[in-house]
Design a protein around this ligand. Structure first.
Ligand code: NAD
Length: 256
């Protein structure tokens, strides 16, 4: 990926080493991308741990970012502007929902829980795109992470299914709008992977086993395979691709 060398990327959503965002950041770093890696601040102990993990990739910047905190996104982008003055790649790997709303019934989802899932998991892509656009004068690539629960009724995904459907629609609308500025917007629909977020989904092991059994490749996918696809979507190898949802799920989505 020679053309990624010297590019700049903001990778959001690193919580720990299992995070898909961590694998993406690691892969982009291997390809010579200058990195800003964002984590959601919690408390001193946890923040120190996650900063240490991120430090292993030697990013240029490690930024706290909580999309629900007023001013947090602006502060992160002020730092990016000051440090780099430009931005080529944004990886949006942020999602959240109340555990009980994932595992419960869709007909019981509260307005508060619904709004939270949409706000954090779908609207934040719009906010990131808005903030990144002025720094993407040379064009750019925005990449987000989604799941097939957006289009199929999936056990224990409920409120997040609606949020991912909105997220994928946002990808298409943003792609249309930003295309003339040579900013591409795509989603990767990953198969189930054991991460912190995934642990919030009831009976997640069943989801893993089902995907393994029904996927064309008869196995689950890894963070690294998602990271490879993200590097492709970040690079000029994918220059003709925008507004798409690319499945990295070992072929599960074609199962009839
Ligand atoms: P993860 O828990 O490692 O990452 C989720 C990240 O979202 C965390 O870093 C968390 O801190 C961050 N986040 C949550 N609320 C936030 C907020 N208010 N502000 C900023 N950041 C916030 O889990 P992951 O599985 O790596 O998830 C990354 C993305 O991949 C998510 O969008 C997830 O839905 C998607 N995805 C995951 C799977 C899977 O099976 N693991 C499959 C398909 C898609």
């Amino acid at each position: 990926m020679q053309d990624l060398r010297g590019k700049t990327a903001l990778v959001t959503g690193v919580a720990n080493k299992r995070s898909i965002a961590f694998a993406v950041a690691e892969r982009l770093a291997q390809y010579g991308v200058s990195l800003a890696v964002a984590y959601q601040p919690a408390d001193e102990d946890r923040d120190e741990k996650v900063r240490k993990i991120i430090g292993e990739i030697s990013p240029d910047l490690v930024l706290p970012l909580d999309v629900t905190l007023p001013g947090s996104l602006d502060a992160a982008f002020a730092t990016l502007k000051e440090r780099w003055g430009r931005l080529d790649i944004v990886v949006h790997a942020i999602a959240s929902a109340k555990r009980e709303e994932l595992g419960g019934r869709t007909s019981d989802v509260s307005l508060e829980g619904y709004v939270l899932a949409q706000r954090v998991s779908a609207y934040s892509l719009i906010e990131l795109a808005r903030a990144a656009r002025p720094l993407m004068g040379d064009g750019g690539s925005l990449i987000t992470l989604t799941y097939i629960g957006s289009e199929r009724a999936t056990h224990n995904y409920n409120v997040m299914g609606s949020a991912k459907a909105a997220l994928e629609a946002n990808v298409r609308y943003l792609a249309m709008e930003l295309g003339p500025e040579r900013i591409r917007v795509n989603a990767i629909s990953a198969g189930p992977i054991r991460t912190l977020s995934a642990s919030g989904i009831k009976n997640f092991l069943d989801l893993l086993h089902n995907a393994e059994e029904k996927s064309a490749l008869k196995r689950n996918v890894t963070q690294e395979e998602v990271a490879n696809a993200a590097a492709f979507l970040a690079s000029s190898l994918s220059s003709g691709i925008t507004g798409q949802t690319l499945f990295v799920d070992a072929g599960y989505n074609i199962w009839g």
